[in-house]
Design a protein around this ligand. Structure first.
Ligand code: ARG
Length: 568
């Protein structure tokens, strides 16, 4: 940011102190008391030169004050230099930062760097539960943000479509099935699965039968294969709709079964390298260097069957060979933290050439609604939660009918309800435990989907009333900037760096916080300054500001899977 200031400041410092090309970072403080751009370069330079920071800051501020772009510059605190820019310079900065962003995007795209993101990954034969929201939504947001930055994202749904649970289901269907498998709904499949566990408590032979069935499936027994395929199809079919509602989509659905024939070579390699050894109980295990503090991991069970871990080894190999990605991100529950440490440690021991691999963790979700947290039975289904959100949004809309205008209440309720849930989660720091709170999620105040949606609709309404069809552009200069205008401009300026930060840290809530700030700044401006009734020059400027705000808000919200209405 503020590249022109950097160039000028470098010139000044070179002339005065003979230092060349020193790096200067500018902060864009929001508090107008601290100017539009602020730097601590005098402090670090003073240390280097053994001089008084105040003196360097003073010299810098004095010279910067003389620049045509600068209103004035002053020394603050221990040796900070705060610069107050002329309106034209701020406008120019917005333009050049956009240009820089566009150029960066083109260059990034040219590189065709790939990032594999593994998210959502439910286990088959169970409906999506509310807990799947976290990986699904956080993963999708991270995928969107990376794609928007010019990376080629391979979004993979690594479904749990392999393992002994299929043996259990096959046995349950065999014993208690009442109709052909393809006529089963997902709920009925779940009921079969639950029944298996109930019965298995009384009859221990069932577990053995299930293991046997899975072994037969692994060995390719035809009818078991067909059974398995049908179950996978039923599950994926029924997940389509909730995914669509959430604006979630994958480049590939490649579950654990996909790696079935890709594990043997890796097991061989590990054995040859003497990394995989037979443990006490006959299983093949891998042990880790002492400093890692990791317990050994099982690679192959004593009975020769592969497990989740084995498949993840093959998965990593396949992804590296297929896409040569620069990063592989696993958006998975923090409960699997040690598991991923073991996985990554094993890959390192295998001495493969690895991209950046990261377990993108997220915390637990708790519910303010007691009914949700104490709910009996196994899963709180995602679809039910989304439906309830939409019902609640419908009520909110009805309550505000006087101030809400819409031609389609049903569509708005869907947008608001689903958005409230998704945004409610994405606006929280994923590394902390998250709180599911209907009140907060559906509130019109605070950092919520309805607040963003309402603000966007408000901006669109102003633009509609201005009745201009062409896109507006900022003027080269404007005589004065009102306080709220200046603040809004400065917040708009921050968008590219916020996107970078959210991407690099893989923290979508940073973008959400920014959008909330943007809305607050816009609303403060809207409440304080007349837009449509301002005189010509100002009217144009304010309408452009409104249009830019709406565009940034929409772009940002969509990266977070949130849709915004033009009217509401
Ligand atoms: N299906 C797994 C589970 O529900 C998560 C899969 C995560 N991805 C992976 N490559 N291990 O626990």
């Amino acid at each position: 940011m503020f590249g022109f200031l950097t160039v000028r400041a470098q010139e000044i410092l070179q002339k005065t102190y003979g230092v060349r090309d020193i790096e200067i970072a500018w902060l864009s403080p929001r508090e107008s008391m601290r100017g539009d751009a602020s730097t601590s370069i005098a402090l670090s330079l003073a240390k280097k030169l053994g001089k008084n920071p105040q003196e360097i800051a003073q010299a810098l501020a004095e010279k910067l004050s003389g620049l045509s772009e600068v209103e004035h510059a002053e020394v603050a605190g221990a040796g900070y230099v705060n610069v107050y820019l002329k309106p034209a310079a701020l406008l120019q900065e917005l333009l050049s930062s956009r240009e820089a962003q566009a150029k960066k995007l083109t260059e990034q795209k040219k590189k065709e760097q790939k990032i594999v993101i593994d998210y959502s990954h439910p286990n088959i034969a169970k409906p999506l539960g509310v807990h799947h929201l976290l990986s699904t939504i956080v993963g999708q947001a991270i995928a969107n943000i990376n794609r928007n930055a010019g990376f080629t994202v391979v979004g993979v749904n690594h479904i749990g479509d392999w393992g002994t649970q299929f043996g259990k289901l096959a046995i349950a269907f065999d014993r208690w099935g009442t109709k052909p498998i393809d006529q089963y709904s997902l709920d009925e499949l779940l009921a079969l699965y639950v029944k298996f566990h109930e019965e298995a408590e009384k009859d221990s032979t069932l577990e053995d039968a299930a293991r046997e069935a899975f072994r037969n499936l692994e060995q390719g027994q035809k009818d078991l294969r067909a059974f398995w395929q049908t179950v996978v199809n039923i599950t994926m079919q029924s997940m389509q709709r909730p995914y669509e509602r959430l604006h979630v989509s994958f480049d590939l659905i490649q579950g654990e079964s996909f790696y079935e024939d890709k594990m043997a070579p890796i097991l061989e390699e590990g054995k040859k390298k003497k990394l995989f050894t037979v443990g006490k109980e006959g299983a093949l295990i891998v042990e880790f260097p002492e400093e890692t503090n990791l317990p050994p991991a099982i690679v192959l069970k004593a009975d020769g069957s592969t497990i989740y871990f084995t498949r993840d080894l093959a998965t990593a190999r396949y992804r590296i060979d297929t896409w040569h990605p620069i990063e592989i991100l696993y958006v998975v529950d923090v409960a699997q933290q040690q598991y991923f440490q073991q996985l990554f440690a094993t890959l390192k021991l295998l001495k493969w050439e690895l991209p950046v691999m990261e377990h993108v963790i997220f915390g637990r979700m708790s519910f303010v609604d007691r009914q949700m947290s104490t709910r009996k039975g196994n899963i709180l289904k995602l679809e039910e939660v989304l439906d309830e959100a939409v019902t609640r949004a419908g009520k909110v809309i009805a309550e505000h009918r006087e101030s809400i205008q819409t031609d389609d209440e049903t569509a708005l309720a869907e947008m608001m309800g689903v958005g409230a849930v998704a945004y409610g989660i994405l606006s929280q720091n994923r590394k902390m435990d998250m709180v599911f709170d209907w009140e907060k999620f559906l509130s019109f105040e605070g950092n919520s989907a309805p607040y963003l949606q309402y603000t966007h609709a408000r901006a669109c309404s102003v633009l509609r009333k201005a009745d201009a069809t062409e896109r507006r552009a900022f003027p080269d200069d404007i005589a004065v900037l009102a306080e709220t205008e200046r603040l809004l401009l400065k917040t708009l300026l921050l968008f590219p760096s916020v996107l970078d930060d959210a991407r690099e840290t893989r923290m979508p809530h940073k973008l959400a916080n920014y959008l909330f700030q943007l809305c607050q700044d816009f609303n403060a401006f809207y409440n304080k300054e007349p837009i449509l009734k301002a005189e010509e020059e100002q009217r144009n400027f304010r309408l452009t500001l409104t249009q830019e705000m709406a565009e940034v808000l929409r772009t940002g919200a969509e990266l977070l899977t949130l849709r915004l209405p033009d009217r509401m």
